[in-house]
Design a protein around this ligand. Sequence first.
Ligand code: PRX
Length: 664
Amino acid sequence: MSTPDNSIQSTLVENRVFPPSEATVKAARISGMEGYNALCAEAENDFEGFWARLARENLSWNKPFTQVLDESDAPFYKWFADGELNASYNCLDRHLGTPTESKNAIIFESDDGKVTNVTYKELHAKVSQFASALKEMGVQKGDRVVIYMPMTIEGIVAMQACARIGATHSVVFGGFSAKSLQERIQDAGAVAVITANYQLRGGKELPLKAIVDEGIAMGGCESIKNVIVYQRTPTACKMVEGRDSLMHEVTAKANPVCEPEFVGAEHPLFVLYTSGSTGKPKGVQHSTGGYLLWAKLTMDWTFDLQPNDVFWCTADIGWITGHTYITYGPLAAGATQVVFEGIPTYPNAGRFWQMIEKHKVSIFYTAPTAIRSLIKAADADAAVHPDRSDLSSLRILGSVGEPINPEAWMWYYKNIGGERCPVVDTFWQTETGGHMITPLPGATPLVPGSCTLPLPGIMAAIVDETGNDVPNGSGGMLVVKRPWPSMIRTIWNDPERFKKSYFPEEMGGKIYLAGDGAVRNIDNGYFRITGRIDDVLNVSGHRMGTMEIESALVAHPMVAEAAVVGRPDDLTGEAIVAFVVLKRSRPTGDEGKAIAKELRDWVGKEIGPIAKPKDIRFGDNLPKTRSGKIMRRLLRGVAKGEAVTQDTSTLENPAILEQLAQNL
Ligand code: PRX
């Protein structure tokens, strides 16, 4: 991985360009740069008319909207506010009575390779009956429901069922700890948790329900009235009388018919917690109408979805990518999609390629981290090399979650895409709801490592601290100058933090600040994302706040102080490095190693295994300015193993750097 500065440099030297083939252009929904430019011009000439047309053409409204964009309370923008619709209706009922109803909505492959197909009609029945069960338990429109589920058909059913009755779901990734779960239940004020007894990953049975019990027992979760358990494996789990029930039992007893609850377009479809630069994770609140419009439309635009495509997004429903490009987008667009329970390296690192062959996947969407680790695996073992699988069904490849380095891009393009499939490097965020800057497969000439150009209607720009545009070739902050339908509406319970985090006063308070640095190519204006400009890390495409990890560390009884920074990592993009001062003397040798392990496990328990620091360094102190501020920039250098060239005269104790540079 390159540092942000190197990325800027490689933008200047990256001169490989891959235009789409003539045949691809001809067949695409958005055909050629003329097609792209025409849509951009439409958005520029009549911004509201553009979005209104798309919202009418792409969604079914129970009550049509008359207002398009309401900016009166900016930055609390409202879209299609007087219109009414239901997300589950748009994903399921809308296809009934059309040829889509008998098409597979989901091809589910379990961890151990068992395949289950579900048609749209069957999925509609499953969702309806489970939605009835939730209603019969007393879950109402506007209630929050926490979903802590494995990657299964039932996980998607749970989300869709909430949407059907107007309950706001909050999915918590199955790798988060009991404490993280408890904090989210509490902040959301959830009335129910939907979970599974266990999840299966890589041949292992991992508990979920026990973690729910542990989280609720930590207190502050009195709002929870029901815990519904999907029996994923035969292993029994503890059930609490009067509170817990089994998903298949409550579903079997419930009314098979459940009319969708039509809600206002601004009704919160879900809250998804994500890390920010300060404090606790924030609950990103998304709307129903605007969100769903963009989920559906970006399926059509970015992936050029055609009726016979088999789409596969390898994300987990615990992240935004799984929300938009598993639970909502593909279903709203009537696609057939593969849903995978397991991990890419089990039973071997050829699993993805074997699955593409087996299910004849035509659109494959994954993360650079997965690609990088599979490159390594393929280099080490020819038996798992993609050339062992028939990948000829593929026609489009996608990348998401972190910058993709040009080398990984080229490998993906050549070895997976056979130099015939466009690679769409999609830049977006939990907050943006869907793609923002991405190539279009039948239009945009591709440049490895660049997310190229904003989608039509997305007014992305690069500015300086005061909000003024910087010239192409100069780095700056990525912003979006006009609202868009799928944007974050607020932070759950914290509208002030919403304003402060995303709409800085210095820029006038109405421009969305993404939190990423970016630079545009001098010649073609292509965007390249250079990484976060705040204290947010991206480890294997997982977003984590340094402050969150620091708080977890200092909560350990032995720790006096901690500072966490990111270090570039070839495999995971960034790796977490923690600098720790203990209340006792600085440990060394085996004792240091043992304490480091204890702290890593502690962070795993506090947040989740994904937040465990890769490297822990102990010091008698941390490098601080005379006014007491920790000098993170210096620590980032130390973490990378760089010699300190900076002026350290303002440091209270310059000798400390040498100590912190020592690895255990
Ligand atoms: O830093 C950017 C990076 O991931 C961040 C958003 O993380 P999250 O909200 O977890 O959403 C991930 C899935 C959309 C961004 O602020 N990021 C995401 N996609 C890209 C990217 N960085 C570079 N290129 C991308 N394609």
